[in-house]
Write a protein that binds this ligand. Structure first.
Ligand SMILES: CC(C)(COP(=O)(O)OP(=O)(O)OC[C@H]1O[C@@H](n2cnc3c(N)ncnc32)[C@H](O)[C@@H]1OP(=O)(O)O)[C@@H](O)C(=O)NCCC(=O)NCCS
Length: 374
């Protein structure tokens, strides 16, 4: 084992980052065998003990000597809790990658480890930017990147190398002088129970009902930007965009569910939440599953979401002061939902809402201010 003498030990009050040792091999193999490690790593690590030994005795020391891959063990309470690597660094730009031992996840250790290596990269190595990437859907890793100040998250489609194939990948970065704190609110979706309905987060099992809701003549008529026909895959993309919107601070969406069966009856979302200059407005959007129409359900659900939207952020709300609804002039059911909830007709954008046949309808703007509610 030929580690350079100066592998830095990085510590905060909770964890210690240090060079790997042969005593780590057993825990490394356990981590390599974990299905999440296998799935989310670009090239799944072998779970072979001898290979793990070679990592410790040959590959990781070589990375340190050459200076292209600096891998530390994350040690917590004297135990092996994961690994973190800084790669590259040419021209002052490199990347960070990390994996937690399954027994030590969800304790904030990866977050602490990233903070330590960012400080090392910027302050000791003189780097000016660190990038991060993960396969789309790796929410735990994304949350670590978000919490430590990575920003400008975007998706590269089919770009991430995954053991001989390619998967969609999220990419983000942070610069030396950037604040190492979250750059936007990551909205949670609280469950709200009422006698008539439950408002809750979308689940994968809602895909079918969500597809039925959107693949409906009336929905497709008024929401002309939806793909027609609207299939299962479109619904999956809709759910994925919703989750991204929550993570990027842009939107929050609730399923309106039957309180007994939990089946999707509709949805209500608030979007436009993360404008750079103003974060006190939001726009409401809603849809009802065809089976759930005509009984005032969405009107009531929107009413409940309005309360949530006007609630201060530190009380679990969205901290909005002004809400908006936009509806095509002929969409009387939607207009009814706005008016029944006390919205004021603020104006009309002429010929602003396109239909699939190439025609345009006037778009009515409704607004509701927190001060309207007395
Ligand atoms: C990604 C990984 C390293 C995170 O390690 P960790 O020590 O659990 O990370 P932390 O505890 O610091 O933070 C995890 C955060 O993700 C959150 N999280 C976990 N699963 C989540 C999910 N499915 N959706 C949303 N957030 C999730 C946790 O609640 C926590 O958030 P918090 O800080 O608000 O509490 C670990 O899950 C892992 O090893 N995964 C398998 C390998 C991997 O994905 N490596 C990264 C490749 S880029």
């Amino acid at each position: 084992m030929r580690f350079p003498k100066d592998v830095p030990v990085l510590t905060d009050q909770g964890i210690r980052l240090r060079a790997p040792r042969l005593e780590d091999v057993e825990a490394m193999v356990e981590m390599y065998r974990d299905p999440d490690t296998q799935y989310w790593s670009g090239s799944p690590p072998t779970d072979d003990r001898e290979e793990a030994e070679l990592d410790v005795t040959e590959r990781i020391p070589k990375g340190w000597r050459v200076g292209t891959r600096r891998t530390w063990v994350i040690e917590y309470g004297g135990e092996y809790a994961g690994a973190i690597t800084l790669s590259g660094g040419e021209s002052g730009v490199g990347s960070v990658g990390f994996t937690g031992h399954p027994a030590y996840r969800g304790k904030g250790l990866a977050t602490r480890a990233v903070r330590l290596v960012l400080a090392h990269a910027f302050d000791d190595l003189g780097w000016h930017r660190v990038t991060w990437c993960a396969f789309v859907g790796n929410w735990a890793a994304r949350r670590v990147a978000w919490r430590t100040g990575f920003r400008n998250f975007f998706t590269t489609h089919g770009a991430g190398p995954a053991d001989g194939e390619r998967r969609d990948e999220w990419i983000a970065s942070i610069g030396r002088d950037d604040e190492r704190e979250p750059q936007n609110h990551w909205w949670q979706v609280p469950v709200i129970e009422t006698e008539r309905f439950r408002l809750r987060e979308y689940r994968d099992s809602d895909v079918e009902r969500a597809a039925e809701m959107s693949n409906d003549e009336r929905t497709l008529h008024w929401l002309a930007n939806l793909p027609k026909p609207f299939g299962r895959q479109d619904a999956e993309q809709y759910l994925a965009r919703g989750r991204e919107g929550q993570a990027s601070g842009e939107r929050v969406g609730w399923v309106v569910a039957d309180p007994d069966t939990d089946e999707l009856l509709g949805d209500v979302g608030v979007f436009g939440l993360h404008s750079r200059s103003d974060q006190t407005s939001g726009e409401l959007g809603y849809s009802a599953h065809p089976e759930a129409r005509g009984r005032g359900l969405i009107t009531a659900a929107v009413g409940r979401v309005i309360e949530q939207a006007f609630l201060p952020i530190d009380e679990g709300g969205l901290g909005r002061l002004r809400l908006e609804i936009r509806a095509a002039k002929g969409n009387l059911a939607s207009i009814q939902v706005a008016e029944a909830n006390g919205f004021t007709r603020a104006g009309v954008l002429r010929a602003a809402d396109h239909r699939r046949d190439g025609s345009y309808d006037d778009l009515v703007i409704f607004d509701l201010l927190i001060s309207d509610r007395g």
